[in-house]
Design a protein. Structure first.
Length: 291
C-alpha cells in the first residue's frame, strides 16, 4: 500500500469506513493475518488486523478509560487485576494509574505483539511496562484462567472481535475460568462490539455469562473509530450493588484515586449503564425464548 492511498475496513458487508494512508509504518501480510500500522492525519497512528481497526492514537483513551476505571472504581477496594490481551499496553497504562493496586497481571498469547506495539505505538503504553507491580504472562487466555491458582478482584478482557484468534475469549470455557479465579465481589468486563451492528455478540455473551454470574449486564461508550454507534462492554459480577453505586460514592472514589481523565467521570460512569431500548428488547426476547 502506497502513501496517499485509501484503506477500507472490511468488518461489515456492504458498508464501512475508510482511512487515508499518509504513511505505512509496518505491514505484515501472511496466510494467517494481515496486520498494518499506518499514519492518518485525523486519527494519528492506526492499527488494523485482518481488515478491522483495532486501535487509533486519537480516540483510544475513551475505550481504555471506560474498560479500566468503571470496574476499578465500582469495586472500590481492588488489589489484584488481570488483563487478558491488551498487548498494545494502553489498558495496562490506565490500570497502572490506580496506585492502590498491588498486583497487575497481563496475559498475552504472543510476546511479539508487546514488543511490536512498544516500537510502533509507544504512546499507548507510555512506559507502563516498567511498573514494578506488573507481570507479563505469555499464554493463551482461556488456558490461563482455567489453570491459574491466583485470584483477582477485577478481570479485564481486552479481546478482539469473536473472529479467528479472538473467538475463544467469547466462550463458556473462558467465562467459567474467569469466574473461578475471581475473588468475592470480583468484577469481569469485556469488549463486546457495537451493539447496533453486532447485536448477536451481546446476546450470546449475556446468555453464556448468565450461567456463571448473578448479575450480568452491559455498559457503553461512543468510540468514534468503532463504526456504527455505541460500543458495549460486558459486565459480570455476583454483587448487583456494584453496578448501582450512588454518584456520591463514585465521586468520592474518583477524587481519592487522584485521576485526571479525558473521557471518564462519575456521571459518565452512572449513565453508561443506561442501555438503548433495542438492546434491552433483544435481551428480554432472548431470555423469554430460553424457556
Amino acid at each position: 500500500m502506497a502513501q496517499n492511498e485509501m484503506w477500507y475496513e472490511t468488518l461489515h458487508a456492504g458498508f464501512g469506513q475508510y482511512f487515508s494512508v499518509d504513511k505505512v509504518l509496518y505491514r505484515e501480510k501472511t496466510a494467517h493475518q494481515d496486520l498494518i500500522i499506518f499514519e492518518n492525519a485525523a486519527l494519528g497512528r492506526v492499527m488494523a488486523l485482518d481488515g478491522v481497526v483495532q486501535t487509533t492514537e486519537r480516540d483510544e483513551f475513551i475505550y481504555h478509560e471506560m474498560m479500566t476505571h468503571v470496574p476499578l472504581l465500582a469495586h472500590g477496594a481492588a488489589k489484584r487485576v488481570l488483563i487478558i490481551g491488551g498487548g498494545d499496553g494502553a489498558m495496562l497504562r490506565e490500570v497502572c494509574r490506580h496506585t492502590a493496586l498491588e498486583s497487575i497481571t497481563m496475559v498475552e498469547i504472543d510476546a511479539g505483539v508487546v514488543s511490536f506495539c512498544k516500537q510502533y505505538l509507544p504512546n499507548h503504553s507510555a512506559g507502563a511496562y516498567d511498573d514494578a507491580r506488573f507481570q507479563l504472562v505469555i499464554d493463551d487466555g482461556v488456558n490461563f484462567v482455567n489453570q491459574t491458582h491466583e485470584k483477582f478482584d477485577v478481570i479485564i478482557s481486552d479481546c478482539t472481535d469473536p473472529i479467528g484468534p479472538g473467538e475463544s475469549l467469547f466462550t463458556s470455557e473462558f467465562y467459567a475460568g474467569c469466574r473461578r479465579c475471581l475473588n468475592e465481589n470480583g468484577i469481569f468486563v469485556a469488549q463486546n462490539g457495537v451493539c447496533f451492528l453486532q447485536q448477536d455478540e451481546a446476546i450470546n455473551s449475556h446468555r453464556k455469562l448468565g450461567h456463571y454470574f448473578r448479575d450480568v449486564s452491559f455498559y457503553q461508550a461512543a468510540v468514534p473509530t468503532y463504526y456504527g454507534g455505541i460500543m458495549t462492554f460486558a459486565w459480570a459480577s455476583d454483587n448487583p450493588a456494584l453496578r448501582q453505586l450512588s454518584s456520591e460514592t463514585l465521586q468520592a472514589r474518583f477524587a481519592a484515586a487522584g485521576l485526571t481523565c479525558r473521557y471518564y467521570n462519575p456521571a459518565i460512569h452512572t449513565g453508561s449503564f443506561a442501555l438503548p431500548q433495542y438492546l434491552l428488547n433483544a435481551l428480554s426476547d432472548d431470555a423469554e425464548g430460553a424457556f
